[in-house]
Design a protein around this ligand. Structure first.
Ligand code: BDR
Ligand code: CA
Length: 320
C-alpha cells in the first residue's frame, strides 16, 4: 500500500454481511473509516444501530461515529430481511449489547458534517437501501463537491434476489436508488453479479471461528451464517462476503472489472419495480432511432471479480 488511507463512510443496514464489511473497513490500513450511518433495511433502524455499534466494539473500533437514519423508505413501508439475517438482523449470534449510544446527530447531519470536514474527498459506500443517501443529496447537495465517488452495493445486471429482477437494496427503496443515480459524481455499481461470487472457503471460515481474537472470530461466525456452498467435510460451509465486496473494491479497485454503462431504475408498479436496467448494447436500437436518445446515468458496472484476490485481501486484513 502506498499513500494516505482513503477516507470512507459506510451507510449500512447491519446486517450479517454489512457487519463483514465494517470489520474489513476498520482493519484495512488503506482505509480511514470516518463514520457509519444506519438505515432501515435488513432490520428496523434501531436494530441496525445496535448491531453496528456492537460490531465496531468487537472490532476494537469503538470511537467511530455512528448515526441513526431513515426508519423507512421514501414511499414504501419498511420490509425487513430477517429471514436471511435472523431476528436481530445480524445472525442471532448472542453478541453483547453495545456499551455506547449513537451520535447526537442524525445520519443525514453526520454524513454532511463528515463529508465536508474531510481534508480529502470521501468515498461513500452504501451497502443498504439508498434512503439516507437520497435524503442527503436532496437536503445538502453541496456535499458532492467533497465526494470522490460512490461505490454502491446494489442492483444486478442479471438476476435479482428480492424479485426475479430486483436486488433487495434497490427493491426496498427504488425512488432513493433513482436519486442516487443523479448524484453527479462517479458511481460504481457492485451488484449481485459479483456480490454472489466472493465466497470464503469452509476451511478459512473454520479457522476464523476458532480464533481467540474477537473481531476475527466474529467474522467467522458471520460467514458461517451465510453459507453459500455445501462443505465437502460436512461442518463448515463456505461463506459469502456479500456487502464486504464493495469495501474490498474501494481498497483494491484492480480486483474488479467494470464497464461504464447506462443504468436506469424501473419505478413503475408491477413485476419489474426495483430492477436496475443496465444497457449492455454496443449500438443504438430502434427505440433510439425512432424516438431519440433518453438521458440516462452512466455507471461503472462491476462485471467480473477476482475472487481469490479479494478473499485473500479480506482474510489478511481481518486476521491481521
Ligand atoms: C443486499 O441486501 C441485504 O440483505 C444485504 O445486506 C445486501 O446489502 C443484497 O441484496
Ligand atoms: Ca446490506
Amino acid at each position: 500500500m502506498t499513500g494516505q488511507p482513503i477516507p470512507v463512510i459506510i451507510d449500512c443496514d447491519t446486517g450479517v454481511d454489512d457487519a463483514l464489511a465494517l470489520l474489513f473497513a476498520v482493519r484495512h490500513p488503506g482505509l480511514d473509516l470516518r463514520a457509519v450511518t444506519c438505515v432501515a433495511g435488513n432490520t428496523d433502524v434501531d436494530g441496525v444501530v445496535r448491531n453496528t455499534l456492537t460490531v465496531l466494539e468487537q472490532a476494537g473500533a469503538p470511537d467511530i461515529p455512528v448515526a441513526r437514519g431513515a426508519a423507512r423508505p421514501l414511499i414504501e413501508a419498511a420490509r425487513s430481511a430477517q429471514h436471511v439475517h435472523g431476528a436481530d438482523g445480524m445472525g442471532d449470534l448472542g453478541l453483547p449489547a453495545p456499551t455506547r449510544t449513537p451520535a447526537d446527530i442524525d445520519a443525514i447531519g453526520l454524513l454532511r458534517r463528515e463529508i465536508l470536514a474531510s481534508p480529502r474527498p470521501v468515498t461513500l459506500i452504501p451497502t443498504a437501501p439508498l434512503t439516507n443517501i437520497a435524503l442527503l443529496l436532496r437536503t445538502h447537495p453541496e456535499v458532492v463537491r467533497n465526494i470522490e465517488r460512490i461505490v454502491w452495493m446494489g442492483g444486478a445486471v442479471a438476476a435479482g434476489n428480492a424479485t426475479p429482477v430486483a436486488e433487495f437494496n434497490v427493491w426496498h427503496d427504488p425512488e432513493a436508488a433513482a436519486i442516487l443515480l443523479t448524484a453527479g459524481v462517479p458511481i460504481t455499481m457492485y451488484g449481485l453479479d459479483v456480490f454472489m461470487r466472493v465466497v470464503v472457503p469452509g476451511e478459512d471460515v473454520r479457522r476464523l471461528r476458532a480464533s481467540a481474537e474477537p473481531g476475527a472470530r466474529l467474522a467467522g461466525q458471520l460467514l458461517a451464517h451465510r453459507p453459500s456452498a455445501p462443505d465437502p467435510d460436512g461442518d463448515d460451509p463456505a461463506g459469502g462476503l456479500g456487502d464486504a465486496g464493495a469495501v474490498l473494491a474501494v481498497a483494491d479497485p484492480g480486483g474488479l472489472t467494470t464497464r461504464r454503462l447506462p443504468v436506469e431504475i424501473a419505478l413503475a408498479p408491477g413485476p419489474t419495480r426495483g430492477q436496475t436496467i443496465v444497457d449492455l448494447r454496443t449500438r443504438h436500437g430502434e427505440s433510439e432511432l425512432h424516438e431519440g436518445e433518453r438521458e440516462q446515468a452512466l455507471v461503472d458496472v462491476a462485471l467480473e471479480v477476482d475472487v481469490r484476490r479479494y478473499v485473500e485481501l479480506y482474510l489478511t486484513a481481518v486476521e491481521g
